[in-house]
Design a protein around this ligand. Structure first.
Ligand code: 6R9
Length: 657
């Protein structure tokens, strides 16, 4: 961003009070903020008692060597015991942990007692393969119960896992195996996506031919799709059902130090080599458990929780595996895509399992908006009581749509800001406390310290914009970048001395509530003004004909950058008929919402946008298109053919003012 702080253009006046019944019974009340303010570390020490420790910690935070934090350092615990065994010991062995729904419609329910047996067997199997505490295990699986079981089995024996998205290529997998120096890979023959089996094992075979992957001794393969003619390397490859099924059903968990590594998860960032974000044991589990309890108001006896994320994303780690299971939740695990075999699949699943809490991403909400209101209307969604959003700023219009059409115009919507690096939710309303504002993540959770600063690192006043920073260490923070302490310091702790720089633009409104404005790299500079892509996108989405928008700044000789928008129209909107008229209407709409400076120079209606598997729009690629450049790295795209469709729309005559 240039010297001028990010201008804040969007005005949002709608307010939604928490439902009285929910507020009266809420897990967390306004008092939590007071307690945390009065004694932040004492507050986290109290939250650590949510867990069962073999050795209770006496220390809370050790920040004597910043930015390298230690939390609860003299405590010892086992994560899998906390997520599984203790619930069985407490009499909840018959409670369903996972309702698995395969994409083809096959189902499987695992109780906590089942999960204990499966995790124990898998832990024995990994030990038989020679995996010891500290060894890294790569997991490359579809969204099937074995993914959860594998992660917990690794945690049980103290072997850090590195989960790699099933959609990533052999190259991406090889780089991650190499960087973490993994010893074992857990995979499947394939998984189901969009109605067909999609192979996985061949990518592992290919990855393991690459230099740097020689230390992989074994590949453990789950049979999911039953594909024939699978290549098999004798002595290295072993079927899950051959090895795991014959193991003993009891396994004694061993406690590890609170700072023992739990997992590495790679984030690609915008450029360069992926960063292996390292998370450890006690602090991570404390904060994922607390935030899951507080932000979703989880009542483990009655709620059915569903986080739609892939386990290969941090959201799947923290809010499919560690948060919900540490809290003894019953949850849904769904393998496939939202529109297979029909566009009501998710709502059918909500109805079938009586889902009460749904946690998803803005991209999915906007897709549902595009498909039309009539689709969710066909299903009984009355079980839902809390809705959550994560991954990108949620446009106010999408927020309101989500509440109205999925939440019966009654459920709270919690917009949760956090990152792979933060491990758990950091900024979010609380459903029983906060008066919600559509489009704003609002306030740091109790025990979390965040603010917005200008270029010089000075806190901006209410009503102004700048950079989001975290001003105090937090329990589930990353501990370093795997194997690269210097890059950890440089990336997060050097821009503003003593504070964590998140890389996001943000503003504080007149009430001091925080609004996220997108990645700092995406901010546009137009005729000397910094304009956030998020705000222009939200203005476009507030037009009744637009479901989704992606905005980029393209080089421009007159204005430094010109605003270029790609829009997806809502269901039922004619495309092509009078495109020029529609484009003019949308440009005028943005000018009216935000002011003439934010009026896009070009608007291109498209049918799809390039996204990562976690649903984030890849603006970098759209910038390449808008500036007529060859496309950069597309390996983390869900569907590379999208870019061909978008490029085919060009060149379109840019409309001039
Ligand atoms: C959990 C996750 C992190 C980046 C983050 C920000 C964006 C996530 C958001 C949000 C606005 C929210 N982001 N949640 N922006 N409002 N509620 O997404 O982790 O994949 O590491 O991405 O996602 O830009 O910096 P990760």
């Amino acid at each position: 961003m240039s010297n001028e702080s990010l201008a804040s253009l969007l005005k949002e006046e709608r307010r939604f009070a928490p439902p009285a019944a929910l507020a009266a019974e809420a897990n967390v009340t306004a008092e939590a903020y007071e307690q945390a303010r009065a004694d932040r570390l004492g507050f986290w020490a109290t939250q650590a008692r949510r867990l069962s420790w073999e050795t209770e910690p006496t220390q809370v935070l050790d920040w004597s060597d910043p930015p390298f934090a230690k939390w609860f350092a003299d405590g010892r615990l086992n994560v899998a015991y906390n997520c599984v065994d203790r619930h069985v010991e407490n009499g909840h062995g018959d409670r369903v942990a996972l309702h698995f729904e395969g994409e083809p419609g096959d189902t499987r329910s695992l109780t906590y007692a089942d999960l204990q047996r499966e995790v124990s067997k898998a832990a024995h199997a990994l030990t038989e393969l020679g995996v010891q505490a500290g060894d890294r295990v790569a997991i490359y699986l579809p969204m099937i119960p074995e993914a959860v079981v594998s992660m917990l089995a690794c945690a049980r024996i103290g072997a850090p896992h590195s989960v790699v998205f099933g959609g990533f290529s052999a190259d991406a997998l090889a780089t991650r195996i190499h960087d973490a120096d993994a010893r074992v890979v857990i995979t499947a023959d394939g998984g189901y996506r969009r109605g067909k089996p999609s192979p996985l094992k061949p990518a592992v075979d290919e990855a393991l031919t690459r230099p740097g992957t020689e230390n992989v001794r074994s590949v453990l393969v789950v049979r999911r799709t039953g594909q024939e003619d699978l290549a098999w390397t004798e002595g290295r490859d072993v079927w899950w059902h051959d090895l795991v099924d014959r193991q003993p059903e009891q396994h004694t968990p061993q406690a590890f130090d609170a700072e023992h590594p739990l997992f590495i998860l790679y984030t690609s960032g915008t450029t360069g080599k992926p960063k292996g974000i390292l998370h450890t044991t006690g602090g991570y589990l404390t904060q994922t458990s607390y935030t899951h309890h507080a932000v979703f108001d989880l009542k483990p006896e009655s709620d059915v929780f569903w986080c739609t994320a892939d386990v290969g994303w941090v959201t799947g780690h923290s809010y499919i595996v560690y948060g919900p299971l540490s809290n003894g939740a019953t949850e849904v695990l769904y393998e496939g895509t939202p529109d297979t075999p029909h566009q009501g699949r998710w709502w059918e699943i909500v109805q079938k399992y009586g889902v009460t809490i749904l946690y998803t991403a803005p991209t999915a909400i906007r897709a549902a908006m595009k498909w039309g209101d009539d689709i969710p209307a066909k299903f009984d969604l009355s079980s839902l009581r809390v809705l959550g959003s994560v991954g990108e700023p949620i446009n106010p219009e999408a927020w309101v749509w989500y509440r109205k059409h999925i939440g019966a115009d009654a459920t709270p919507v919690v917009d949760t800001w956090w990152q792979t690096e933060t491990g758990s939710i950091m900024i979010s309303p609380l459903p029983g406390v906060t008066e919600a504002k559509p489009g704003s993540a609002q306030v740091p959770l109790p025990g979390i310290a965040a603010t917005v600063v200008d270029d010089e690192g000075n806190e901006v006043p209410d009503g102004a914009g700048g950079y989001l920073v975290l001003t105090e260490p937090w329990p589930s923070m990353l501990r370093t970048i795997w194997g690269d302490d210097q890059r950890y310091r440089d990336t997060y702790w050097s821009r503003f001395a003593g504070r964590y720089f998140a890389g996001d633009g943000a503003k504080k409104d007149e009430d001091g509530d925080i609004w996220l404005l997108g990645r700092v790299d995406d901010v546009m500079l137009v005729s000397g003004h910094n304009i956030s892509t998020t705000e222009v996108e939200s203005a476009l989405v507030s037009h009744p004909k637009v479901a989704e928008a992606a905005v980029v700044g393209a080089k421009d000789p007159q204005t430094t950058q010109a605003i270029c928008a790609f829009v997806i129209l809502r269901g039922g909107q004619e495309q092509g008929a009078d495109e020029a008229g529609l484009v003019e209407e949308l440009r005028a709409h943005v000018a009216k919402q935000l002011g003439p400076i934010a009026k896009p120079k070009r608007i291109l209606p498209v049918s799809e946008l390039p996204k990562t598997r976690s649903g984030k729009i890849m603006r970098r690629l759209l910038r390449d298109v808008a500036e007529n450049r060859a496309l950069g790295d597309v390996t983390t795209l869900t569907d590379a053919s999208v870019m061909d469709l978008i490029q085919a729309k060009l060149p379109a005559a840019p409309s001039e003012d």
